[in-house]
Design a binder for this molecule. Structure first.
Ligand SMILES: [Zn+2]
Ligand SMILES: [Zn+2]
Length: 141
């Protein structure tokens, strides 16, 4: 049986209509932490000479259509910025209708929520957490 997902119609309570991909998920989680690829490489790789290679590798991982072959690679990233390897691999393997809610603004999910002084974020739409939606509304105002 073929799994075809018809994107749900986006309504006003939604952020950018983007289909979540593993690459997009990684990019969102990194950006939510305010880190550049170079900064991530710096933390992963003590030897400066190897960092350009790490940056190139990370850039590939963040290119739509590319996915990590080894779970280790994604798990190592969790030491640099918060992300959930299970969510990543669900995006690789699972049909769209069985995926957890992932915020299209910051990539957070119920397993990996945004945390701030006020506690953790809540989902206010299938693809938006309250923090991102509030920020988006503030920008639109
Ligand atoms: Zn968010
Ligand atoms: Zn959030």
């Amino acid at each position: 049986m073929l799994h075809v997902s018809i994107p749900a119609r986006r309504t006003g309570k939604s952020l950018a209509a983007r289909i979540m991909t593993p690459a997009n998920y990684l990019r969102l989680r990194r950006k939510a932490s305010g880190l550049t690829l170079e900064q991530v490489a710096e933390r992963l790789m003590p030897r400066a000479g190897f960092r350009p290679m790490v940056v190139a590798f990370l850039r590939i991982l963040e290119t739509d259509g590319c996915t990590a072959r080894h779970r280790d690679h994604i798990e190592r990233l969790t030491s640099v910025f918060p992300l959930d390897p299970d969510v990543y691999f669900q995006l690789v393997t699972d049909p769209a209708n069985s995926l957890p809610s992932i915020c299209s603004g910051c990539g957070c999910s119920a397993y990996d929520p945004c945390t701030a002084a006020g506690g953790t974020c809540r989902f206010v739409a299938p693809d938006a957490c309250d923090r991102c939606l509030t920020n988006a509304n503030r920008r639109a105002a």
